[in-house]
Every structure is written in C-alpha cells, then in structure tokens.
Design a protein around this ligand. Structure first.
Ligand code: KG4
Ligand code: ZN
Length: 326
C-alpha cells in the first residue's frame, strides 16, 4: 500500500510517501518569510503552501519511482491549524483522491504527532498504556494512549503552550522565529564559571489536575529582559545565555515534572514525548535519565525531522487508519 500525505496546518508544507509503514521519501518547505513578521500571517502562509506543494509532490514521487496513479491512499491534516493553510493540503488531497478514485483519509494533527512515535518502530515495541506529552508552538497536551486507537486527553495548557512561550521570550531577545531551537542552543553555552546571574522563575504547576500554565512565566521573563536593558542599555551575549538557560530550565522542569506525575497517576507503563518541543536537548536528557533510573520505557520520535510538523507523521497515522478498516 502506497500512501501520499500532506501536512500544511501552519507554516511548513510537507509531503511524504510511505509504502505501508515505511517512509520512502519526505520533502518539506519551511516558510522563512515569517521570520520578518516574527510570526505566521495565515493568508501569506496559505499562498506559500499553494506555491510549493506541487513541486514537493513531484520530488517525493520521483524519489519513490512511482506515478500518482500508483498511490492507494491520499491523506491530509484536517485539523487543528490555520484554516487557510489547512485548506491547501486538504483540497489537494481530496482532488487527487477523487480524480484517481482512491481512498482519502483525514488526520488530526495532534494524533499525527502522537503516531510519529511509530515511524521506524514496530507496534510490538511499544508498551501500552503510554502517557504522551505533545508540546509544540500551538498545543501543549498530555494524552493517555491506552491502546493503538484509544487516546484520551488528560491535561492541557490553560494559556500559552511551552513552544509559544519560548517563541515569545525569544522574540523579546531578538532571536529568529521560532525561537525554541535558538534558546536550546544558547542554553547549551552555559558555563557556571562565567554565567553567575541566572534568573530564577517560579515552578508553576496548577494543583488538582494535570494542566499547564506558561503565560505568567513568560511575563516574568519579559520583565527580566526589561530590567537588564535598563541596567546596561542592551542585551549582551551573556544575558542571552543566562536568560535562555534559566528560562529553558523552568520550562523543561515543568514539562518533565508534570509528565512524570501523570505517568504515576495514570499508571502508564511507558512515556512518550512528541511535537516540536520534543527536540529540546535538556528535556530529552531529563526524560532519558528518569526512564533509565526507573526502568520505564521512553519513546520520542526516532529522527529529529519527525518532531516538528511533518507529513510523515500524517502518513503513518493514515496507514494505521487504513489498516483498521482493511
Ligand atoms: O510541532 P511544531 O513544529 O509546530 C506546531 O505544531 O506548533 O512545533 C514548533 C515549536 C515552536 O514553538 C519551536 O520554538 C519549538 O517547537 N521548538 C523547540 C525546539 N525546536 C523547536 N522548543 C524547544 N527546544 C527546541 N530544540
Ligand atoms: Zn505540530
């Protein structure tokens, strides 16, 4: 079974070809235009998806050495996301499915992130039930993945997502958008012998539930940036490293603490970490350590290119949907 999938929910146009559950090819066009606007402008994003999606399809099919009419299943992200952007991937998928009389499968973007764990992994390798944190620029949710087709949301952010809060702090530090990756890189430059002025932020963990809240922390970080600018007129390289290290520290502390708490409360046998923020090196280290020390299997996408938005995760979710009905 060949599956051709499209992801266009935000600012990445991604097309992937799978043969059963094996990725044959994926090409993604990332819209750099939003760096200048420091955020995604929906109409601009949609136009750019339309400009690039057909060239990506051609490249992916050429890599696979197949023609469009060989594809058995067309799939696209249906929700959530920017509506004008989603419409491009959805329209292309639906048109191709109708024209070639093939199956069409809609995929929920977040379920795609969760199923990214199954790329390059056999289903038998996973230990269910799994508690999964999906953290990205838009969403910040905890899921109890009971069995392959049973997913229940058990926690969510009440305001910003972790990625969004890092992106907003990064914007005030004049880092490129999205800033999560740059904050991660700057934090890795932390040297205790040089960086003595690490800001401390409160550990915000709403009680009685498994939710998250990041907007207060973001405001505290923005105040810290203002104070430093007042003090020495500009943000220095030392400030960048100290603020990045302190801010990333609190974000990863909150995410990992809540994830571990959720694993214990739900009795999940394993832990998953997906979405753009799952690329964060500090968060991965904390979870790897917990997993080793407590003998709890821990899964994160096999490749960094499956962490951020990508069509391979949409394709693998569609593959398992197709298997369900076959
Ligand atoms: O899943 P994704 O590509 O798109 C959304 O669905 O939002 O996630 C993008 C988010 C952005 O907020 C970006 O700053 C964040 O993931 N991100 C990171 C890292 N790489 C990307 N955050 C922390 N550390 C990283 N290394
Ligand atoms: Zn995403």
């Amino acid at each position: 079974m060949y599956l051709l999938a499209f992801e266009s929910s935000c600012d990445d146009t991604s097309v992937a070809l799978l043969r059963d559950d094996v990725l044959i090819s994926m090409h993604t066009h990332t819209q750099l235009e939003h760096i200048q606007t420091l955020g995604v402008v929906p109409e601009v994003a949609a136009r750019l998806h339309a400009d690039h999606i057909f060239a990506l399809i051609t490249r992916v099919l050429a890599d696979g050495g197949i023609e469009l009419n060989t594809v058995d299943v067309f799939a696209a992200t249906s929700e959530p996301g920017l509506v004008p952007s989603l419409l491009i991937g959805k329209t292309v998928a639906k048109t191709l499915a109708i024209a070639h009389k093939k199956t069409l499968i809609w995929v929920n973007h977040i379920e795609g992130h969760i199923f990214s764990i199954l790329l390059e992994r056999k289903l038998e390798e996973l230990h269910f039930p799994m508690i999964v944190l999906s953290a990205s620029g838009w969403h910040n949710d905890l899921f109890f993945w009971k069995s392959l087709y049973e997913i229940e949301k058990v926690g969510s952010t009440v305001d910003d997502s972790a990625g969004e809060s890092m992106d907003k702090v990064g914007r005030s530090l004049w880092l490129p958008f999205p800033a999560g990756r740059y904050i991660d890189e700057l934090a890795q430059k932390y040297d205790p012998a040089i960086h003595k002025n690490i800001p401390s932020f409160p550990l915000v963990l709403p009680e009685w539930n498994l939710n998250f809240s990041f907007s207060g922390l973001k405001s505290a970080a923005l105040r810290e940036i203002e104070l430093r600018i007042k003090d020495h007129d500009k943000i220095t390289e030392t400030d960048l490293i100290e603020i990045s290290y302190g801010y990333q520290g609190i974000i990863t502390n909150i995410l990992s603490k809540r994830l571990i708490e959720a694993q214990k409360k739900t009795g999940a046998k394993s832990i998953g970490l997906v979405g753009g923020v799952s690329a964060n090196s500090a968060l991965r280290k904390i979870m790897e350590k917990y997993s080793e020390e407590n003998n709890i299997p821990y899964y994160t996408p096999k490749s960094m290119r499956y962490c951020g938005d990508n069509a391979a995760m949409i394709a693998i979710r569609a593959y398992w949907e197709a298997k369900k009905s076959s």
